[in-house]
Design a protein around this ligand. Sequence first.
Ligand SMILES: Cc1cc2nc3c(=O)[nH]c(=O)nc-3n(C[C@H](O)[C@H](O)[C@H](O)COP(=O)(O)O)c2cc1C
Length: 393
Amino acid sequence: MDTQAQIREYNRREFLRFITYSPLISYFGIWGCTGEKRESDLLLSSPSEAKNVFDFDTLARQKLNQDAYNFLSGGADDLKTVQANREAFDELQIRSRRLVNVSNVDTSVELFGQVMATPIMLAPIGFQQLLHPEGELAVARASAAKKHEMIVSTVSSYSVKEINEVRGTPAWFQLYPTPDRKITTQLIRKAEEAGSKVLVLTVDLPVLGNRENHLGFIRQMITAQKIALGNFEGLPFPSQVHDPSLDWQMIEWLRANTNMKLVLKGIVTREDARLSVANGVDGIIVSNHGGRQEESNLGTIECLPEIVNEVAGRIPVLIDGGFRRGTDIFKALALGANAICIGRPYVWGLAAFGQTGVEKVLDILRAELVRIMQLAGTTSRSRINSDFVQRNL
Ligand SMILES: Cc1cc2nc3c(=O)[nH]c(=O)nc-3n(C[C@H](O)[C@H](O)[C@H](O)COP(=O)(O)O)c2cc1C
């Protein structure tokens, strides 16, 4: 180690030692095991008091019972992949341009012929009534009011029909295929009849990940049929919504069974990006299920460049996992993502305040994205390219 490196290492250790023993820690709170939960006395009386999306995590934690909060925040094994999703953003730095007129910023993007006001979408999250009685209906109202695209989960508490009616414009539908394809067909029909135009097949869940802090609770609720599953009304209550036998033949099967656009959610390698294009899918979501499936120790933003490179603009590439700041979104756009999805942040807002909480989370992220676009000297999505990020090793 050279002298400079030794000094840096010494300073780092001293700083950590100071922080560990500092009384400040009890005032400002500590970082929780996922690297994003902050213990504090924070209690907001209205969403407008929130400064950033993390404030809603603190509130969700205070408002929910332990089982529900574990379901929301949990991840696989030791939560290293949950953490990696966040920490990988810190490995990227933003390179800003100066003297650019940024009075007007346009955040719109186009996906599948549809112009969206913002590249920030809502990822599918199941069982939302565990977090708030209005569940997906509150999220539908908020996302429609704020003009964000939303993806409805197969295991939503309310049905895709009810959700789309409340939204006014149809959301995308996420599919977990059951081993019984007759049930899968009926789920697809329900989404089509509800007007959904995009089918998102989740491909990272051949079996459930090892989520030690909440799977027991979810299993209990399902076995006792204490959990509402709106899309399964009139269908046998599912014993499982994953299929270990799923392989690339499923794409052909889906093509034969629906005309919806087909997006694969859960791609993390260039090899599978290549196969996605070869199999004619319409889009990809780079995702590791928010660190809830395999403990890969790999943040999704680290997977993005090889996938964008492989796809070479032939189909849209979306990404989710750990997006909490406008700067995170900016970095993904700079690395070539067409849009990003958020998961936990909007359900923190839901758990904290229902619809208005979700709206405020979306307001914060949109405002943060606009601000970093202006600070970096960019005025539209098309102007944000890889020149705006660097990676220092
Ligand atoms: C509580 C919870 C429930 C989820 N339910 C689903 C689901 O039903 N279907 C699905 O494809 N992904 C599901 N996911 C994964 C999300 O769609 C998304 O990939 C992930 O939350 C993104 O990471 P983030 O939470 O760090 O933003 C869920 C994630 C969480 C946290």
